[in-house]
Write a protein that binds this ligand. Structure first.
Ligand SMILES: C[S@@+](CC[C@H](N)C(=O)[O-])C[C@H]1O[C@@H](n2cnc3c(N)ncnc32)[C@H](O)[C@@H]1O
Length: 436
């Protein structure tokens, strides 16, 4: 594809995403499925530029509006070419807006804005704009992060690192690092998780032997830490209540040394479809998965195992705000009403899942959110409704489950943002049921 055709594709994609609900990655997948002629380099350029625009959308909208341009996909892409990609206005005109499949030539107003961009003053931008976060979240985040606010917002502008979790049922970290190094893939151990590997370059490992042989899974370090904090041990009875594709279940199966019982539930069978293949590949044999129906039958099934589990892990559906580096489009689609709905669903799930915890057992609540109402406030409300649970501070568990960087594990809860250790934003609370 020519540069102009690539730019036109980015504009089309931005428009499609604006007009569709659901994650951009689905829209992008559909878009390229219908355009088989796009080669892998074209796809990469288009996708990366699309996501760069989403990540810095706040600034791009502001810059367009300062120059009296409507912040429509075309304006954002043009401003992005100059402001983010550092391409000169002359090059934009000659390379990106000429030839077949090119978008219309620059209007005088557009040209005036692009020419002024090298002098753009970031300091003049309000915090929400230069931090590229929705304005309506600013008060909430300031209350949580105070003086660290600017650093936290900035940390969401980087691309997220690529992390693997080593399957300790089959191998160890040294072995995997050695195999990757032999294949010219530079990597290093993660700072906190004892089973994580960080790869600085984006590589496709889907058909690499380390994946095919079940030696590793792709998983952010924060998610590994949360699952390790469950402290699920050999022989335990464990429930992963929102198991999705089983990412946390696989971590717990490894710490359980593939003994005991791990029930994996989720309301969405589509999300669960890879569990069987992932457990087989990882040599995990203790997972029993079951799709919940969201009706009375669930109550019947769950009542049979009430009060039995040593650990119940609730990796709750959430805003995903901690992963907004990876899915930057989602920060622009969350609404206050959507957030309130999520908080209500989380409370419901906690109420139901907590009934499965045995006396003396633990309820582990995790979100990939950095928002207080989904995290500490959710837990405070749960404890007010369930006086038979109490907080087990993560600082008491940190060393015992093999985590490093003691600083990160201070206090009652795990509460990470990318500004701390470059992980996704993540929250975890451990609640112990009294009356063992
Ligand atoms: C954050 S994802 C879980 C990711 C998964 N634990 C992993 O590590 O791959 C949240 C999951 O909660 C599920 N979910 C949403 N509402 C639910 C409910 N009422 N009961 C059980 N699962 C639910 C969603 O289908 C989704 O898979």
């Amino acid at each position: 594809m020519t540069p102009s055709a690539r730019l036109s594709s980015v504009i089309e994609l931005l428009t499609d995403v604006e007009n569709t609900s659901g994650p951009a990655e689905h829209v992008i997948k559909r878009y390229f499925k219908a355009r088989r002629f796009a080669g892998s380099k074209d796809r990469r350029w288009i996708t990366e530029f699309f996501y760069d625009i989403q990540r810095r959308r706040g600034e791009l909208v502001w810059l367009a509006e300062q120059g009296q341009l409507a912040p429509v996909p075309r304006s954002l892409a043009l401003v992005g070419l100059v402001y983010l990609a550092g391409i000169s206005v002359e090059e934009v005109e000659s390379l990106y807006l000429s030839g077949s499949y090119a978008a219309d030539p620059l209007s005088p107003e557009e040209k005036a804005v692009l020419v002024s961009l090298p002098d753009a003053n970031r300091d003049a931008m309000p915090l929400a704009v230069r931090g590229n976060f929705p304005d309506w979240l600013m008060d909430r985040l300031t209350a949580s992060y105070g003086a660290r606010m600017e650093a936290v917002l900035q940390s969401f502008q980087d691309r997220a690192p690529f992390c693997l979790r080593v399957n300790t049922l089959k191998t160890d970290r040294e072995e995997v690092c050695r195999i990757l190094a032999e294949d010219g893939i530079p990597c290093h151990p993660t700072e906190i998780s004892p089973v994580g590997i960080r790869i600085e370059e984006r590589v496709n490992l889907n058909s690499h032997p380390v994946m095919e042989r079940g030696l590793v899974e792709i998983q952010d370090e924060a998610a590994q830490i949360a699952a390790l904090l469950a402290d699920a041990g050999p022989g335990m009875n464990v429930v992963d209540y929102c198991c999705g594709a089983g990412g946390k279940a696989l971590v717990m199966a490894a710490t359980m040394q593939n003994t005991g019982l791990l029930r994996a539930f989720d309301i969405n069978p589509r999300r669960m479809k890879d569990i069987a293949i992932r457990t087989r590949r990882a040599a995990v044999g203790i997972v029993q998965s079951l799709a919940l129906q969201g009706n009375d039958e669930d109550a019947e099934i769950l009542s049979r195992i009430e009060g039995e589990a040593d650990r119940v892990f609730v990796d709750a559906p959430c805003s995903g705000s901690g992963t907004w580096r990876r899915q930057p489009d989602q920060r622009w689609s969350l609404t206050p009403e959507g957030l309130a709905d999520l908080v209500a669903v989380q409370a419901d799930i906690l109420d139901t899942a907590s009934a499965l915890v045995a006396p003396g057992g633990r309820l582990v609540y995790a979100t990939c959110s950095i928002l207080e109402e989904e995290n500490a406030s959710q837990i405070a409300a749960f404890l007010a409704r369930h006086p038979d649970f109490e907080i087990l501070p993560v600082s008491d568990l940190w060393d015992g489950v093999g985590l490093s960087e003691a600083e990160a594990g201070q206090g009652d809860f795990l509460s990470l943002t990318p500004a701390d250790y470059g992980t996704d934003g993540f929250f975890t609370a451990i609640l112990q049921r009294t009356g063992a």
